[in-house]
Design a binder for this molecule. Structure first.
Ligand SMILES: C[S@@+](CC[C@H](N)C(=O)[O-])C[C@H]1O[C@@H](n2cnc3c(N)ncnc32)[C@H](O)[C@@H]1O
Length: 313
């Protein structure tokens, strides 16, 4: 079943200037802009559309994470910066896969190393929380000048219940305490208010990707086979800007993959015509309709309107 083409979706003329997303692309000066644009639709908010035909299997574009964090329960230690697998011999030592990764994240790594994270980490690990670690990383990036505090404001936030907000308050206090005890100057963490923390988590909740690497060595394949039984197969979580505008479809025409680090590749799963909306699948598409609707409603807060769901498939 094909994704509903653009012309059958009534959509507003308003388009978003792509230049604002170029910072999240891995482009070279000679590479052409990606064959997509972001526009506002009536039914699903913003969406990504093809600006020319795209062949099945083609790379649509790549994206580097705005913020990412390795998983604590992954079978294999991951690079602090790009989430590439670290050699086993290195897992207790330097947490970077290369000098380049060390250099580019040195500023926020040094900020993080100044604070004592025992209370915050214990709190999150015992409750199975992973997104607060992305907020912690973003705070370190803002303090070191590697990101702006409003970096994620453009993304759609989740609707949070009062119970969810209440639970976030304790994490927030632990996070803020860690920075104040590390004697980070007040003016450097003035942005870190409870409201800011909740706003960021609300955006991360809907837009974070769980990263599982497709590439790797034979020993990594074995590690991930073990991980699927004993530990977390994902190497970490990340938030991107442009990939966050892709809506969900239970029969998608595009997918997002990771080969050996957190740099994402958006690829066409079938031939796409000019003007067609590009959609990825947020969940396991092999589940039955009720299970998919339940997951999407609980995890992302929406009733899926894709053709498969509308036809009861
Ligand atoms: C990651 S965002 C996608 C971009 C979003 N439309 C925006 O304007 O930023 C996910 C949100 O888009 C909407 N959405 C995505 N796929 C949908 C679908 N199949 N049916 C209904 N709403 C969808 C929901 O509001 C969902 O929470």
């Amino acid at each position: 079943m094909a994704v509903t083409p653009l012309l059958s979706r009534r959509f507003f003329k308003k388009q978003f200037p792509l230049f604002s997303f170029y910072s999240s692309f891995s482009t070279t000066t000679s590479s052409p802009p990606p064959p997509i644009r972001v526009a506002l639709t009536e039914s699903v908010g913003r969406a990504v559309f093809a600006t020319r035909p795209i062949a099945s299997g083609d790379l649509i574009h790549t994206a580097t994470p705005t913020v990412c964090h390795p998983s604590s329960s992954s079978a294999r230690a991951a690079c602090y910066s790009c989430l590439a697998a670290l050699p086993h011999s290195q897992s207790q030592g330097i947490p970077f896969c290369s000098q380049r990764c060390h250099q580019r994240s040195k500023g926020y790594y040094d900020v993080e190393m100044k604070a004592n994270w025992v209370a915050f980490n214990d709190y999150c690990w015992t409750r199975g929380l992973k997104y607060p670690f992305l907020v912690k990383r973003l705070v370190c990036m803002v303090i070191s000048g590697d990101a702006r505090s409003d970096t994620l404001d453009i993304l759609q936030p989740a609707n949070l219940t009062p119970e969810m907000v209440l639970k976030m308050e304790e994490e927030f206090l632990l996070l803020r305490n860690a920075f104040t005890k590390a004697l980070i100057a007040d003016e450097h963490i003035a942005f870190l208010t409870k409201q800011w923390y909740i706003n960021i988590l609300a955006r991360i909740r809907i837009n974070a990707f769980r990263i599982e690497l497709a590439g790797g060595l034979y020993e990594d394949l074995l590690a991930s086979a073990v991980a699927s039984v004993e530990a977390e197969a994902a190497v970490g979580n990340a938030v991107y800007l442009l990939p966050s505008f892709y809506n969900h479809d239970c029969d998608p025409n595009a997918h997002i993959i990771w080969i050996d680090n957190a740099d994402a590749k958006l690829k066409a799963l079938r031939d796409i015509v000019e003007g067609e909306e590009l959609r990825i699948c947020y969940i396991d598409a092999s589940l039955d309709r009720n299970a998919r609707q339940e997951l999407l409603s609980r995890g992302f807060g929406f009733q899926c309107n894709c053709s498969r769901c509308l036809h009861g498939d």
